[in-house]
Design a protein around this ligand. Structure first.
Ligand SMILES: NC(=O)c1ccc[n+]([C@@H]2O[C@H](COP(=O)([O-])OP(=O)(O)OC[C@H]3O[C@@H](n4cnc5c(N)ncnc54)[C@H](OP(=O)(O)O)[C@@H]3O)[C@@H](O)[C@H]2O)c1
Length: 326
């Protein structure tokens, strides 16, 4: 099969669409002819040698895909050859074919493009897991979502609104802030022009927010802790602003805060299947009905994966950057 092969020096990886080893599939897996996959920040790190796939996962880039089932393992029930599906993957999406366990598959609505399917698994599951399972977001609470216009952010805004929460976001460009407001953000702060802590405290009469979803990391730690109200939760999901950070532990005690770190990719398969099931039950119907929508910025042909990575690295996207495989 054809797949993206990473060449060149780690500092400047070259993504080349060329012949790669064919893949097999297990008795509980479907083999899918990939029609679309999507770019994630993890792919940029993996291409630079920083984020190796978990043991046993494909070494090919790509954490999600949408396509058509072309073969089934003996133990697969409920799925048929020809079904249009999408799935979260631990790797292997940037390829003509990918294998996915039956419990990880979502059935694409007829009206959906493959690009829409490929825009869902990684960022919608990440937003779902960290807002609700890790962050315990409740109706009536207020959540601050950093990088609000990112793939994860655009999903998180919609999920939090659907759950009856008030959403604050930060982003670094006016057009991004406008998109976040359209998606449902009540407060959108340009962190390059205004201190987000001041903005959050001003908007809450000094009280702060209940939950923060943070992909920035160390650089925001101190202000995040100060922006939380008593019993607040900080869920760290990324290191865009680096790992090391400082904070006043006294605030942690006094406000009885919780700080959680979370990744999706390294979780055991059984956990990911449970996440897929919970998401399918609670929020997938809202996506199918069009009440929530995957946000797609651009679609690049897979042979232009290199340009797609550069586009994401330059922070130019609002929502997802898709790679069309067929
Ligand atoms: N833990 C997990 O399970 C998990 C899963 C998926 C993704 N993630 C993480 O979640 C984050 C978002 O992923 P994504 O694919 O949705 O990203 P994305 O669409 O590529 O968007 C990331 C955005 O973050 C902002 N940003 C970049 N560097 C920043 C910095 N130093 N400080 C503040 N903002 C910065 C930029 O927007 P502005 O123009 O607004 O600055 C950029 O466009 C990434 O860190 C990713 O690694 C974690």
């Amino acid at each position: 099969m054809q797949a993206i092969v990473v060449k060149g020096a780690p500092a400047e990886p070259l993504l080349v669409w060329e012949e790669a080893a064919d893949i097999g599939y297990g008795s509980e897996e479907a083999l899918v002819a990939v029609q679309a996959t999507a770019v994630n920040r993890a792919d940029l790190s993996q291409a630079r040698g920083h984020y190796p796939p978990p043991p046993g996962a494909s070494k090919i880039l790509g954490l999600e895909m949408a396509g058509v089932i072309v073969a089934l393992g003996d133990a697969v029930v409920d799925w048929r050859i020809g079904d249009r599906v999408c799935a979260l993957l631990p790797g292997g999406g940037y390829a003509e074919y990918a294998a996915a366990p039956q419990g990880m598959l979502l059935r694409l609505p007829e009206a959906w493009s493959f690009a829409m399917g490929a825009a869902v698994p990684e960022v919608w599951y990440t937003a779902f897991v960290n807002l609700f399972l890790e962050g315990n977001l409740q109706p009536g609470e207020t959540v601050l979502i950093h990088a609000g216009a990112s793939g994860v952010g655009t999903a998180a805004i919609q999920l939090a609104r659907a759950a009856g929460a008030t959403v604050f976001v930060t982003a670094g460009a006016e057009e991004k802030l406008a998109r976040c407001r359209t998606l449902g953000a009540a407060l959108a702060v340009n962190y390059k022009k205004q201190d987000f802590l001041e903005a959050v405290l001003a908007a809450t009469d000094g009280a702060g927010v209940d939950l923060i979803l943070d992909p920035v990391g160390g650089a925001y730690l101190d202000r995040n802790v100060r922006a939380l109200r008593p019993f607040g939760r900080l869920v760290n999901i990324g290191l865009l602003g680096g790992g090391p950070g400082e904070m006043n532990v006294a605030l942690l005690l006094r406000k009885r805060l919780r700080i959680v770190g979370s990744t999706l990719r390294n979780r055991p398969l059984a956990e990911k299947i449970a996440i897929t099931r919970q998401f399918r039950e609670r929020f997938w119907p809202l996506l199918v009905a069009g009440e929530l929508q995957p946000v797609i910025d651009r679609v690049f042909p897979i042979i232009e994966a290199q340009a797609a990575h550069a586009y994401v690295l330059q922070n130019r996207n609002v929502g997802k950057v898709i790679l069309a495989v067929a």
